[in-house]
Design a protein around this ligand. Structure first.
Ligand code: GGG
Length: 363
């Protein structure tokens, strides 16, 4: 008898758990992704387990060892946990690992979807009684602004110390993220985009954002677009969530707005992010937006949902949209049946939520 062979697509994933709860949520995500691959039968993962973290920094004075970027470039995608530990200043860990990876791998867009997952609730139930009222995609510029690395300190350690943090905005940098955001909005049912700046007070870079927005907007007549100042935007997110859909903002503004969005959707513990190189010349990187949370690390209570959602976005980016939907369905079914960590008002630990999601995947 002839044997029908199906060839599963093999994806090489570099996983960087990092520090603190990053190791716990990444372990959980790897377990869930393996289960997803098994039940889908269409793909498999080959893991490159990358152990760069604060211990590496203490040992060799760097989070990324020599040849590290070249190693990552051999993968189809990168899965990241969190980085930082209290004995190392946060700006050192951020500037030694996450930010160089985003810069060196040309991941100039950071996509942060937010919605209220089935089985969970929003702290603002009076404003968002209907869960579909809050369904946003925040498109964060991921390479410029206050995160461009420009600035310096003079007279350090003296009463006259001066610190400058120069926000860099370039036309090509703004244009590429603006186009990405309009494309994202055009691909969503409501075709709605809100562009956020602080161009009334910051009259150079932010005004350039406004000008580029006006130009790119003309190319997308089907997208209803408007613009907001970031301070007013925080009120609108809380009071009129339904009036928003796709949101585009600078590196700093979107970093802050996405934490607010996550809190409004229930918890920062559920929030995913995708650091994308839309040219696909470099691997993109997927990470929950939460940090290493030393206060709860090692206790088995971290919410793995942000890592699961990031894993689903990774699988979608790799071309397996059906499997991504299946994973999110399993996450929401598990939550609806009570598998929720404390931040979501439940009593489950990381392991119980992970096991519940795997069980849902098994069907
Ligand atoms: N899971 C990623 C992580 O460790 N996030 C902490 C953080 O503060 N990130 C800043 C950023 O995303 O720019």
């Amino acid at each position: 008898p002839s044997t029908i062979r199906t060839t599963a697509r093999l994806y090489r994933i570099a996983s960087i758990p990092g520090d603190g709860i990053g190791t716990e949520t990444t372990d959980a995500a790897v377990q869930v992704l393996e289960k997803l691959a098994e039940v889908s039968g269409k793909f498999a993962f080959e893991w490159d387990h990358v152990d760069w973290n604060s211990k590496t920094y203490r040992e060799i004075g760097s989070y990324i060892p020599p040849g590290g970027i070249e190693r990552l470039k051999k993968s189809d995608a990168i899965f990241f946990g969190a980085c930082g530990w209290p004995d190392i200043p946060d700006h050192i860990s951020l500037w030694s690992l996450i930010l160089p990876l985003r810069h060196r791998l040309n991941q100039y867009v950071n996509v942060r979807p937010t919605r209220i997952l089935r089985g969970t609730s929003s702290p603002l139930s009076s404003c968002v009684a209907d869960p579909s009222a809050l369904d946003w995609v925040i498109v964060r510029e991921n390479s410029e602004g206050e995160y461009a690395g420009q600035g310096g300190t003079t007279h350090a350690g003296t009463p006259l110390a001066v610190g400058t943090e120069v926000a860099i905005f370039t036309r090509p940098g703004i244009e590429r993220v603006m186009r990405f955001a309009f494309d994202t909005a055009a691909g969503r049912p409501r075709k709605l985009l809100t562009m956020v700046t602080k161009s009334n007070a910051q009259r150079h870079g932010m005004v350039l954002w406004d000008a580029v927005y006006d130009e790119v907007r003309a190319e997308y007549p089907d997208v209803a677009a408007d613009r907001m100042l970031v301070d007013a935007m925080t009120c609108r997110m809380v009071l009129r969530p339904r009036s928003l859909d796709t949101i585009v903002a600078t590196n700093l503004h979107a970093d802050i707005l996405s934490d607010l969005a996550a809190a409004l959707a229930g918890s920062i513990g559920i929030a995913p992010s995708s650091n994308l190189d839309p040219t696909r010349e470099n691997p993109s990187m997927f990470e929950p937006i939460h940090g290493s949370a030393p206060d709860i690390a090692g206790k088995g209570v971290a919410n793995p949902v942000g890592a699961f959602w990031s894993a689903a976005e990774m699988v979608r980016w790799l071309g397996q949209g059906e499997a991504a939907d299946r994973l999110m369905e399993a996450v929401e079914n598990a939550a609806a049946k009570g598998a929720r960590t404390k931040d979501l008002g439940g009593q489950s630990g990381t392991k119980e939520v992970t096991d519940a999601v795997c069980k849902e995947l098994e069907g």
